[in-house]
Design a protein around this ligand. Structure first.
Ligand code: ATP
Length: 459
């Protein structure tokens, strides 16, 4: 299984460099090794590298891990899209978490097995190759497996499951609604997998992440030479989804100026690439997702009503986690097992009193936040009982205990939640000195979702 990526391994232990080279060579296009970290920048400037396997400690400063953090930052400054996997000793796990907050994509504990090393690097190199130089995603790299099955036994989730099953069998357009982190992308995957189109691709377009100048070419494609950076013909995401499903995520971000063209394309099932006069057919089932109130946007003249009616044949609303408290133990159990396996930990458990508090916590970031909280607790575990006090510092608001009224009942109303969310975001932005990527990562949000909230709270 050859991979087109170039890997650079940086460690001052030459035996380890030899071992890594032997292990990786058959699987990657090029494996470079470097024992002197001072040459890192010039090495990255000389040749394109997709993956960097970076040690945390070098001889000058044997065990603090600060050198690893320093070289990580240097590498990302030089090449911001580089995927960096940190190599760390078990005792350095908290440092590895810090490295991930600073932009590393993963870490691997030493001593690693060849199989582990390969699996980790291949996982990130396939993410790396999902975009070409036009920012486009090749169709074969698009269908991602969900990290988790869609869990939930509450009445609200059972209703969601029923709707998914019914709608999946049809060709109806589906609009997925719900707050960030409630599982809209997961629901889209479930619909695709349960549909007759499951053999085709599931093409996801994160409309919150597409630059406004590139919307049209991203969706409808372009001809070579249509604009300065159009070095070759590009089919566009609608055509790439042919035979499968197209997920338009963060739909509320489509500029008004393009909404008419999108509507025409969805109605006529053809696209006209930028720079071309010829229409091209596409055959994709449409799922759209948003956490915005599109009707309100229609009312404000920011979203076309006819486009909304075209895409919302079936509406499925993913409930916020705080409204299905009964699902929380199930999710905690699943993610505890998942991350215990991932980090090779065993015997970890959640104290019953913490479990009760976690069930009453408001989870403003929904299931995504819960998964991150469990992951952090597993990584930082020093004893068998997990410590969730970090939820307070990482999420900026205290777990359930602080979300209680003096009488002990739930009192957090919409306005209060907004207040908590705003405060949390402001704290994260301050902590990361305005670095959006790092703040978004710490909050468990996408950059686009964080931007929307910053706009909402005028931060
Ligand atoms: N019901 C669920 N069971 C298990 N995991 C879930 C569930 N819902 C969400 N998750 C997990 O939570 C994370 C966020 O889910 P997802 O990306 O689908 O949310 P989203 O609503 O699309 O968020 P956003 O609006 O920010 O893009 C993912 O890791 C997903 O696997």
């Amino acid at each position: 299984m050859n991979n087109a990526a170039t890997v650079l391994v940086l460690d001052d232990n030459t035996d380890l460099l030899t071992a890594a080279r032997l292990c990786l060579k058959p699987y990657f296009a090029k494996v470079l090794t470097l024992s002197d970290p001072s040459q890192l920048q010039s090495c990255l400037q000389q040749q394109p590298v997709q993956l960097l396997l970076l040690d945390m400690n070098f001889q000058r400063d044997v065990s603090s891990g600060e050198e690893g953090i320093y070289y990580l930052q240097q590498a990302l400054k030089c090449q911001p899209d580089l995927k960096v996997v940190m190599m760390t000793a078990y005792a350095e796990l908290p440092l590895a978490v810090r490295a991930m907050q600073l932009g590393a994509c993963d870490f691997i504990a030493k001593p690693w097995s060849n199989e582990q090393l390969l699996r980790t690097l291949q996982k990130h190199s396939s993410e790396q190759t999902t975009r070409d130089k036009n920012g486009a995603v090749p169709a074969e790299a698009i269908s991602a497996q969900p990290a988790a099955p869609m869990l939930g036994q509450s009445a609200a989730m059972q209703q969601v499951q029923r709707l998914i099953e019914k709608a999946a069998a049809t060709e109806a357009n589906i609009l997925l609604l719900g707050e960030s982190g409630t599982g809209k992308a997961l629901a889209a995957e479930a619909i695709h997998q349960a549909s007759p189109r499951r053999q085709g691709p599931l093409v996801t377009v994160d409309l919150g992440a597409v630059h406004s100048n590139l919307f049209e070419s991203e969706l409808f494609g372009h001809k070579k030479g249509a604009f300065t950076d159009a070095k070759s013909d590009y089919s566009g995401r609608l055509r790439q989804a042919s035979g499968g499903t197209l997920l338009l995520d963060e739909l509320g971000n489509v500029p008004l100026s393009l909404q008419a063209k999108l509507l025409t394309a969805l109605q006529s099932r053809v696209v006209v690439p930028v720079g071309s006069s010829q229409s091209q057919p596409f055959d994709a089932r449409l799922i759209a997702a948003t956490n915005e109130d599109l009707l309100a946007k229609v009312g404000r003249g920011e979203f076309r009503q006819d486009l909304l009616y075209r895409i919302n044949t079936v509406e499925i609303c993913l409930p916020p986690l705080r409204e299905r408290e009964g699902d929380i133990p199930l999710l905690l159990d699943w993610y505890l097992k998942f991350y215990s396996d991932k980090y090779q930990q065993s015997g970890l458990r959640i104290r019953p009193s913490d479990q009760r508090q976690l069930c009453r916590y408001r989870w403003p970031g929904n299931v995504r936040q819960l998964a991150h909280a469990v992951e952090r607790a597993v990584v930082l575990a020093e004893q068998s009982e997990l410590d969730f006090s970090q939820l307070e510092s990482s999420a900026g608001s205290a777990p359930a205990a602080a979300a209680q009224s003096p009488e002990g009942g739930d009192f957090v109303l919409g306005a209060t939640l907004d207040y908590v969310e705003q405060k949390t975001i402001a704290q994260a932005l301050q902590y990361y000195q305005g670095n959006i990527s790092q703040a978004a990562k710490a909050l468990g949000l996408t950059r686009a979702a964080l931007y929307r909230r910053m706009e909402k709270y005028r931060l």
